[in-house]
Design a protein around this ligand. Structure first.
Ligand SMILES: [Cu+2]
Length: 345
């Protein structure tokens, strides 16, 4: 018998624009079982749907657990978007990025497993008992169409539990899962407004002179506010789920205390020096950062930004912009309480 536990952070008095963590699904009795759909949104984007909503849940499992996904392709047979190989055929499948699992069906097989519109796939992915704990992610991966679909936002986070066993000070820290995605502003009537909101500079960034094509979103929101009390320590798990853009993360005049990169705890290789302090972290597409962030002093405005990344004369323009604002809040204890269970299980 398989059951799914639902776990969602609902922050009290949440002002508009605040990103709560994505809905979280926990394995129960060593199995996480869910049905995920691919479908088109009202504004014409390809999206994962869970329980009828255009969201990707965070999948939380422990080493030794099994992930069972029924993946249903509800995308229209006649695509409205253009792909690398045109026209898009709206086929899709799943890739479990970074997980040390089998590439053979019915696991992480991106070549043989493919669902055309109207078809379904059944995944059973066995997480090895010795799998490192940390942040991973899943995304659609049909060759020729994955760029379009990932740019549309078809991605989600995977957490393999147990990172606190490598770095015990994490126990009890409020945890945030931040999925950073690119959002195309090409042919978007809101383009000017979106660029203004993220403070996209008109200065040329790097050697490529083409105009910026994307802005970053955090958990689906453009420049949301992230609540953190002065001096509060939060554990942030950030994935660069953009299809093709670099994120060079920086907090105004603050540092990151890095615990893990790309799902690999630093303590796994260097137990005597389990963290690194830095003022910015380059995350290439698919890169992941897990770090402790400390709330700025009261009355100081702090932004989470991505710095300009020079991708060279033939690269994609990758300008600086604001990802989110840090704002003080008083509910730190309830967030800590709400997230503690996931870090102590
Ligand atoms: Cu990937």
């Amino acid at each position: 018998m398989v059951a799914v536990a639902f776990f969602s952070l609902q922050l009290k008095g949440k002002p508009p624009g605040l990103p709560s963590n994505p809905l979280e699904l926990h394995a129960k009795d060593h199995t996480l079982s869910l049905t995920l759909h691919a479908a088109i949104t009202s504004d014409g984007r390809n999206s994962f749907y869970f329980n009828g909503k255009p969201d990707a849940p965070t999948l939380r499992l422990s080493p030794g657990d099994q992930l069972k996904i029924t993946y249903v392709n509800d995308l229209p047979a006649k695509a409205t978007e253009t792909c690398a190989i045109t026209p898009c055929m709206d086929m899709t499948n799943l890739h479990f990025h970074g997980l040390a699992v089998s590439p053979g069906a019915p696991q992480d097989d991106v070549l043989g497993m493919m669902a055309m519109p109207g078809q379904s796939l059944r995944y059973t992915v066995q997480i090895p008992v010795d799998h490192p704990p940390g942040l991973y992610w899943f995304h659609t991966h049909p060759h020729g169409e994955s760029h379009r679909q990932v740019l549309d936002g078809m991605s989600g986070a995977i957490v393999i539990e147990g990172i606190e066993s490598y770095f015990p000070p994490l126990v009890g820290l409020p945890e945030r899962v931040l999925v950073v995605r690119g959002r195309s502003v090409v042919n978007d009537p809101q383009s000017a407004d979106l660029k203004r909101r993220v403070e996209l500079s008109s200065d040329i960034c790097g050697a490529e002179s083409e105009p910026p094509e994307e802005v970053f979103t955090v958990n689906g929101a453009v420049r949301p506010q992230i609540e953190i009390a002065p001096g509060e320590r939060q554990f942030w798990r950030v994935v660069n789920a953009s299809a093709d853009r670099y994120v060079d993360l920086q907090l105004d005049e603050q540092t990151f205390e890095i615990v893990a990169m790309d799902g690999m705890p630093i303590a796994l290789h260097d137990p005597n020096h389990p963290t690194r302090i830095t003022d910015h972290v380059l995350l290439p597409p698919a890169g992941r950062l897990e770090a402790i962030v400390t709330g700025p002093a009261a009355g100081t405005a702090r932004r989470l930004i991505s710095r300009c990344v020079d991708t060279g004369p033939d690269g994609d323009t990758n300008p600086a912009m604001v990802l989110a604002d840090l704002v003080p809040w008083s509910g730190a204890n309830s967030l800590a309480k709400a997230t503690k269970s996931s870090l102590t299980r």
